[in-house]
Design a protein around this ligand. Structure first.
Ligand code: BG6
Length: 460
């Protein structure tokens, strides 16, 4: 691992939405914690000035960040701005000049994916690529073939060790805790397999719709937007073998093995939905066939997981906003007592967004003459979502050259391989009311596990 810290941060797409919502608040937090103290060069083709960019940063911190303080002033002082088209050599030459003596810039590409190859070529062509790192935002392709083509294009200018692909779920504390909790505690391992686990369910429900991103969403849909990346990354952390050491490659090796062991999806394992009213959203086709909800059933063909159904569902305009994992344990071999004892055995991971929790579900006897029980939960943690934020963590790691929490080329391709057969297969689309749990037809996907687990409002 080349761990020499970056000595400049270049932000392509500095005037865009992602920078405003996520990146500037993260940079502010990094300045505050002392992890960022290098020039930050915004690049955009918006026709702006440095003063306008500074104003935009102030607004971002006001609306999405922690407001104004001394660290915000320091961040404003670190800013530079280059106005120009990313595809023109002249823009990259001016960037080269602005980088001055910097030898290891971090180039953050918050630009549409179609521009990735051109921008990296421009960086390399102007001589700003040597010793540099490049950070990319998903989507990394739109299927297996385009992901491979993108990786080839990137590698013409940068070695894989310099490419940092952001999946912001990996920056979440609760997601990292899946890994930590599994391998820091010995008691879990004996039951963490097909002998004791009946099924695994992951739900990512969002109350929001496409929030003005209709044009973008029409190109992706739920399977590409959050399942191929965020949900499969969460699954990999749940299902992987222990890494052989604590280095970044050992961790990423084990995750790739999980992706490779997942059987590619077949049409019968997928149920797609679209919320009522989606077609009226700005930028959405009147006859759109794009899914805003998807439920899938997976199999991992490994000694640990063979035969254990893995269910994932993700949707917009759902009844609540929550990402939750339920690892349902096998029933006791004999039903000695009442029903609850049979259903209460599970481990639940609440990954956010409001609270995070790890809870063990069990049944205990209700006081009284009957041998009847109640389901209870033992909370191992239960707290408001932890700091630092995901982008703060990931940008900080990229600046320091630590790739552990970034998606590697082979992992991205192996994850596309899982969803590839059903991406453009013209599968049916079922309407569902806004504020619901998706189309009822999705129940069939979970029939093998006794139905879907519903993440409720967080328990205090
Ligand atoms: C993004 C998707 O990657 O993740 C969005 O493009 C989605 O559609 C978002 O809303 C959810 O992230 P989080 O961190 O709010 O769960």
């Amino acid at each position: 691992m080349n761990a020499a810290p970056s000595d400049a941060l270049v932000l392509f797409g500095a005037t865009g939405d992602l920078a405003h919502r996520k990146l500037f608040p993260a940079l502010h937090a990094l300045v505050r914690s002392g992890r960022l103290d290098v020039p930050v060069i915004g690049v955009s083709r918006s026709g702006w000035t440095l003063a306008q960019l500074r104003e935009r940063v102030r607004d971002s911190l006001q609306v999405h960040g922690a407001g104004r303080d001394a660290a915000a002033e320091r961040l404003l002082g670190l800013l530079h701005y280059i106005d120009g088209d990313y595809t023109e050599a002249q823009t990259h030459q001016r960037l080269r000049t602005a980088l001055g003596a910097a030898k290891r810039p971090l180039h953050y590409l918050a630009v549409p994916p179609s521009l990735f190859p051109m921008v990296v070529e421009g960086i390399a062509g102007s001589g700003s690529g040597a010793g540099a790192r490049v950070v990319l935002e998903k989507p990394f392709g739109r299927d297996l073939a385009s992901a491979r083509a993108l990786n080839e294009a990137l590698h013409r200018s940068f070695p894989e060790s310099s490419v940092f692909r952001i999946d912001h779920y990996l920056g979440k504390e609760a997601v990292q805790n899946l890994l930590y909790f599994r391998f820091a505690n010995a008691f879990l391992e004996p039951i963490w397999n097909r002998n004791y686990v009946r099924c695994i369910q992951i739900t990512m429900a969002e109350q929001i719709g496409v929030e003005g991103r209709g044009r973008f969403y029409e190109e992706v849909g739920a399977l590409r937007d959050v399942v191929q990346n965020h949900m499969l990354q969460v699954l990999a952390l749940l299902a992987m073998e222990p890494p052989v050491d604590s280095g970044p490659e050992a961790l990423r090796d084990e995750k790739v093995k999980v992706f490779r062991a997942i059987r590619p999806l077949a049409a019968g394992d997928v149920l797609r939905g679209q919320y009522e009213g989606y077609r009226d959203e700005h930028g959405v086709a009147a006859d759109s066939q794009v899914e805003t909800f998807v439920a899938i059933r997976l199999q991992i063909d490994s000694w640990r997981w063979a035969g254990v159904p893995i269910l994932i569902r993700a949707g917009k305009r759902m009844a609540t906003t929550a990402t939750e994992v339920l690892v349902q344990l096998e029933r006791a071999p004999q039903q000695v007592f009442d029903e609850h004892a049979a259903v209460a055995n599970y481990i639940r991971f609440r990954l956010g967004p409001d609270r995070v929790a790890i809870a063990i579900g069990a049944a205990t006897k209700r006081p009284g003459p009957l041998m009847a029980g109640d389901p209870v939960e033992l909370f191992l943690c239960n707290a408001p979502s932890a700091q630092p934020g995901d982008y703060e963590r990931l940008i900080g790691d990229a600046l320091e050259g630590d790739p552990s929490l970034f998606a590697r080329e082979d992992g991205v391709e192996a994850a596309w391989r899982v969803v590839d057969p059903v991406l453009d297969a013209g599968l049916g689309l079922h309407r569902y009311p806004q504020g619901s749990w998706g189309p009822q037809e999705a129940d069939a996907i979970a029939a093998c596990c006794g139905g879907w687990h519903r993440p409720e409002l967080p328990r205090q």
